[in-house]
Design a protein around this ligand. Structure first.
Ligand SMILES: [Zn+2]
Length: 100
């Protein structure tokens, strides 16, 4: 039995194991970086209002938090990958805090 390719993608990044995530709307990581991809299935994330008739675009997902070595929101995981592989990857879902 071969492993799920999405899980293989996730496992190929050792930093993701046990990572903490917050579910939130996608927002641009940098002004010249208008989209991102799920670290598992590569579905595309873009900001709300940005849609394409040609591909699936998500506007919300799970983003890594400040304690991620490369910084908050550096990696995104879509809700279905998070649910399906969260246990295998030891993902931790933390509640978003009210800022301020
Ligand atoms: Zn995914």
């Amino acid at each position: 039995m071969s492993k799920d390719w999405r899980l293989e993608n996730l496992e190929s990044n050792p930093l993701l194991r046990g990572a903490r995530f917050i579910r939130k709307p996608y927002r641009m990581y940098a002004p010249n970086w208008d989209h991102d991809h799920c670290a598992g299935c590569w579905v595309k994330f873009m900001e709300i209002g940005t849609d394409s008739p040609h591909e699936t675009i998500l506007h919300e997902g799970f983003a890594v938090t400040d304690d991620y070595p490369k910084g908050a929101e550096y990696e995104w995981v879509c809700p279905s990958c998070f649910e399906e592989f969260g246990q295998a990857m030891e993902f931790v879902s933390i509640k978003s805090q009210n800022e301020g």
